[in-house]
Design a protein around this ligand. Structure first.
Ligand SMILES: Cc1cc2nc3c(=O)[nH]c(=O)nc-3n(C[C@H](O)[C@H](O)[C@H](O)COP(=O)(O)OP(=O)(O)OC[C@H]3O[C@@H](n4cnc5c(N)ncnc54)[C@H](O)[C@@H]3O)c2cc1C
Length: 468
């Protein structure tokens, strides 16, 4: 690569990172994309990986394959820990190998993680839904709950194993609750002898007074009705006050308190900006909003740093929701601005978001869609959902295999991705207990020097929870 060209560093390989890189394909720049995973991830279909419809490969093509033909882009696997805005250097590492990559323009697209609203301890027992690891762990928990229930004779314990609590009634929570219900009612029902899986209890809990708040009251009410018809218990205006290995405590708006004994919990509520946002805010003086996202200038740059852009879920910009279109459009805008600066042409100026609408599936053949004043429900909405998601999945191979998996699932009720492993089930907790110098955490988290944590804590695999 010609190192004299304008150097663009892009951090992250989600929608923001990938689309800004692609939009610079014909620009006179060299791009270095650094991300902590080897793949681009289509998060909207994570719930289908968690519930056995799709494999992880179908929604997460290798980033370097997606960019194979883009000769001005290089992909590097690494965890970015710091950015030096004064000297224009990105500091990153792969395990114990530390690197510094200089930039002329920087696009930060590291997204957002799960927020447990100040109760990070809930995460141990209620995985979120942000990564492939999360989805595979949830798949293992859902399927193993039924497996253990099959040989459990104590009725109360069996009931606990067959109770699933999903926290958060946004699109992900609705989709998860609907899919667990379908899995129990149809896909696996014939496969067990001692239990009737259709007797599973699926509870969807949210502090708001409607499901799918961004879709408005009408579609929220229609979705709630459909979920209840499927057999999902919807508990609104209800806050989770406690969550542990054995269950969930809920407090309703009227003060009533309920304890739901359950093995499998899914956390689909709340987002918080990636920690890199804090690093950028401290150095640039940019504000962070309540969710820890970086408040950017109107052209998506940082205050006093016209060469640094924050796009996608990490960006806080009025009227832009944390959805794929927000990331795609902001990424393209940043790329246009960089190109204009390199070419000396007129920059695009203020970022304007075009709301293309929102959609969520409830179950097979049933979805809700909101596009401006157009509101769709049921089968028509589901067909619209299907085509749109197929269109945005990256990679031809992925589209073909996804279509095939959907055909199997939607026509025959079968799910071809029901494999679960012990690693999926206990891997995250085991790594946490072993300490952060274990290899898995080195790429995802902080270094052990930073943690000051060298203790290897024994792990009780049989209990599937960390040993005290
Ligand atoms: C379960 C789920 C369902 C969703 N459903 C929908 C939907 O139906 N429709 C819709 O429009 N939107 C949906 N969204 C939202 C949409 O997926 C996000 O808005 C979008 O992915 C944001 O893109 P992004 O590039 O900003 O962040 P992400 O896609 O989160 O990408 C962040 C990237 O940064 C990398 N990264 C993070 N930190 C570092 C670091 N320190 N160093 C190196 N790399 C790093 C990550 O590995 C990743 O590659 C959903 C999200 C989730 C989680």
């Amino acid at each position: 690569m010609n190192k004299k060209r304008h150097q663009v560093v892009v951090i992250g390989s989600g929608f923001g990172g990938l689309f800004s890189t692609k939009a610079l394909k014909h620009a006179n720049v060299d791009i270095t994309l650094i991300a902590r995973t080897t793949n681009h991830l289509f998060q909207p279909l994570l719930y289908q990986v968690a519930t056995g419809i799709l494999s992880e490969g179908e929604i997460a093509p290798p980033t370097r394959e997606v960019l194979r033909r883009q000769k001005n882009a290089q992909v590097l696997l690494g965890l970015v820990e710091d950015v030096d805005l004064v000297n224009k250097v990105v500091k990153w590492r792969f395990h114990e190998q530390y690197h510094e990559t200089p930039y002329d323009s920087l696009v930060v697209a590291t997204g957002a993680g799960q927020s447990y609203f100040g109760h990070d301890e809930f995460a141990t027992f209620a995985p979120g839904m942000k990564t492939i690891d999360d989805a595979l762990e949830l798949r293992a928990r859902i399927i193993k709950a039924f497996e253990v229930a099959e040989f459990t004779t104590d009725p109360a314990e069996r009931r606990r194993l067959m109770t699933f609590v999903v926290v958060g009634a946004g699109p992900t929570g609705v989709e998860m609750a609907g899919q667990i219900r379908e899995l129990a009612d149809t896909t696996i029902r014939q496969d067990f002898r001692a239990i009737d899986t259709s007797e599973a209890r699926v509870v969807l809990v949210d502090g708001a007074d409607q499901v799918l708040p961004p879709f408005g009251p009408e579609l929220g009410a229609a979705t709630k009705k459909k979920l209840e018809k499927l057999g999902v218990e919807v508990q609104l205006s209800s806050i989770v006050t406690e969550l542990d290995e054995r269950g969930v405590g809920i407090k309703r708006a009227d003060g009533e308190v309920e304890r739901i004994e359950c093995f499998c919990k899914v956390w689909a509520a709340g987002v918080k900006g990636d920690p890199l946002g804090q690093v950028l805010a401290e150095q640039s003086g940019a504000e962070l909003d309540r969710a820890g996202r970086v408040v950017v200038n109107k052209d998506l740059t940082l205050p006093d740093h016209p060469d640094v852009y924050v796009v996608g879920d990490l960006m806080s910009f009025p009227g832009v929701p944390g959805v794929a279109q927000g990331a795609i459009q902001s990424a393209r805008h940043a790329a246009k601005d960089i190109r204009a600066r390199v070419e000396g042409s007129q920059p695009p100026g203020e970022f304007k978001y075009f709301d293309k609408g929102s959609m969520a599936t409830i179950a097979r053949f049933s979805a809700v869609v909101k596009m401006g004043n157009i509101k769709l429900t049921g089968f028509v909405a589901w067909v619209a959902w299907l085509f749109l998601h197929l269109f945005y999945i990256a990679g031809f191979k992925q589209r073909v295999t996804t279509l095939l998996s959907w055909f199997i699932s939607f026509v025959s009720n079968g799910r071809s991705q029901r494999v679960v492993t012990n690693q999926q089930m206990v891997g995250r907790l085991a790594l946490e207990r072993l300490g952060s110098h274990t290899s898995g955490k080195l790429i995802q988290g902080r270094s052990h020097e930073a943690d000051g944590d060298d203790d290897a804590v024994p792990y009780d695999e049989e209990e599937l929870t960390p040993a005290e």
